[in-house]
Design a protein around this ligand. Sequence first.
Ligand code: URA
Length: 211
Amino acid sequence: MDVIVLSNPLSVHLLSILRDEKTGTKEFRRTLAALSSIIFIKSSEDIDTEVIKVKTPFEYAMCAQLSEKIVFVPILRAGLAMLSNILEIFPDAIVEHIGIYRDEKTLKPEPYYSSLDDKVENSVVFILDPMLATGGTISYAVEKIAQYKPARIKILSVVAAPEGIERVSKTVDKMDIDVKLCVSAIDRTLNQNGYIIPGLGDAGDRAFGTQ
Ligand code: URA
């Protein structure tokens, strides 16, 4: 699996705000949405376009528009906090949802909801999940989405743990599909509760004020 790590100074700046325990809910959610836009833009550099002719107020200009179908799949619940700005950038996308919670004891992903359907076929699917921790949730999501035959899958995360990247890579390597991870930082490790260290805490709790 190809892994792209952002080095843009803006993304580094925004990630520092997210990591800071003093950052409150409002600022955390706004910053997470802003950083998600940068990750999305970086990850979308290979989307196909087609030439179109557009009339400006002065004359015709040769322009381009996306020629691939785009599907965003936020993983409930934290992935929802990545969606708002991304959807503003590309409002024509379809949004499907997958609900997965992590069993606190086993750390295993427990799926409870999926809206995936045939609209995923031949589309470029962006999985939104801010924390790639053990990799269980994202591996499950990739396998589930692959059943609907997308053109490509892109995983957008804010922070990833090396253990999680390895697990997702193993899943992806067994599949015949192009999957890329775009992330703003790869951290040191996981703690015994499956949290990323140093990380930024529980992204869902911090984005939605439930900590
Ligand atoms: N989920 C989070 O929100 N944070 C982590 O560090 C790991 C999983």
